[in-house]
Write a protein that binds this ligand. Structure first.
Ligand code: GCO
Ligand code: MN
Ligand code: MN
Length: 389
């Protein structure tokens, strides 16, 4: 048991270049922090104890860089990785910043945009693999509409499928051992984004040519923006064997896209998320897709990054306490009674079992009269999280 809450490489904490590198621009205001170079970010992340750094192609290589510039930038970046031991577990493509993507990339109505998006993604995959990435994220930030007069939603999904099938085939053809992770978001920057939830992505994946290569990258804020329970989305992805990556941050439901420090807002949800990831033995990176408040300077950015990891480790320790707490465990045993004196509801179908179920006399009122003590259990969770237990 460790209660030092110091991040170590085995915790697999990662940050995007765009997260600690965020300069604090928002729709109402200019940057509040000077840009930090990718090499400096690698050193900053090493200083605060992260395991790895993730990137979009253009976080590292500007979109208009010449091949010679690209090579120099990549060489310097690789040197920083070697010096610090930081890994690049995940890479992705920026298909949303440049004006060419104003109406989406893979779902754009313009075939020239769709073709350019494929070209840009193949080049970005090459870069990611060169840096050692094993997971390739697809976040379709602009793949949506403001008005449904403009795009056919079935056609849009078909275009998305064509693009992913093509890119899976490209990865296989190149011999890349990449797994794809699809990241859903309901809106922002588009009015509505296609395939808006993790559940929608899970359904879509099964329609692809290579579903075994493709999973999801759920993000806390993206489900919470839609008022959904993030843990339930993650659990469904896990159950389907599709939890390939995860984006951790925090978000007040019903607000703008906040990207707050992990566990800074909905502590209880964050606790159950960490408990889930630890209990099931999720082994992928814990990636923070968040940024410091706009009020912060460089020291504040480090406080933000350290805070994300520290909060995770504190919640992990709380999860251990939950699992070892005799009163909590006794309550859990009580509310999960064994199958006794009734036909087993989990047994597979047989005609005889169906007959037995139909014939059984249930004492409905007696069953309903039993109090479940969920109030006590939930208060114990509160006491545990507040440190009075
Ligand atoms: C957002 C998204 C992005 C993606 C990133 C990697 O809301 O802006 O979460 O940060 O995760 O582009 O795909
Ligand atoms: Mn996000
Ligand atoms: Mn994200």
């Amino acid at each position: 048991m460790s209660t030092s809450y110091e991040p170590r490489p085995e915790h697999k904490f990662t940050f995007g270049l765009w997260t600690v590198g965020n300069v604090g621009r928002d729709p109402f205001g200019e940057p509040v922090r000077p840009p930090i170079s990718p090499v400096e970010i690698v050193h900053l992340l090493a200083e605060v104890g992260a395991y790895g750094v993730n990137l979009h192609d253009n976080d590292l290589v500007p979109i208009d860089a010449t091949p010679a510039e690209r090579d120099r930038i990549v060489r310097d970046f690789k040197r920083a990785l070697e010096e610090t031991g930081l890994k690049v577990p995940m890479a992705t493509t920026n298909l949303f910043t440049d004006p060419v993507f104003k109406d989406g990339a893979f779902t754009s109505n313009d075939p020239a945009v769709r073709a350019y998006a494929l070209q840009k993604t193949m080049q970005a995959m090459d870069l990611g693999v060169e840096l050692g990435a094993e997971t390739y994220v697809f976040w379709g930030g602009r793949e949506g509409t403001e008005s449904d007069a403009t795009k056919n939603p079935v056609e849009a999904i078909k275009r998305m499928r064509e693009a992913l099938n093509f890119l899976c085939a490209y990865a296989l053809d190149q011999g890349y051992a990449l797994k794809f992770a699809l990241e859903a978001k309901p809106n922002e920057p588009r009015g509505d984004i296609y395939l808006p939830t993790t559940g929608a992505m899970l359904g879509f994946i099964e329609t692809l040519d290579h579903p075994e290569m493709v999973g999801v990258n759920p993000e806390v804020a993206h489900e919470q923006m839609a008022g959904l329970n993030f843990l339930h989305a993650v659990a469904q992805a896990w159950d389907a064997g599709k939890l390939f990556h995860i984006d951790l941050n925090d978000q007040n439901p019903g607000r703008y896209d906040q990207d707050f420090r992990f566990a800074s807002h909905l502590w209880k949800q964050a606790f159950f998320l960490v408990k889930f990831l630890e209990d099931v033995g999720y082994e992928g990176p814990r990636h923070y897709d968040a940024h410091a408040y706009r009020t912060e300077d460089l020291d504040g950015v480090k406080d933000f990054a350290r805070g994300c990891m520290r909060s995770y480790l504190i919640l992990k320790e709380k999860a251990r306490q939950f699992n070892e707490d005799p009163e909590i465990q006794a309550l859990l045993a009580e509310i999960n009674p064994p199958v006794q004196g009734i036909p087993d509801p989990g047994a597979p179908y047989t005609r005889a079992h169906a007959e037995a179920l139909k014939a059984h006399a249930f004492d409905r009122r007696a069953i309903a009269a039993r109090g479940l003590a969920y109030e006590r259990l939930d208060q114990l969770v509160f006491d545990l999280l507040m440190g009075v237990r």
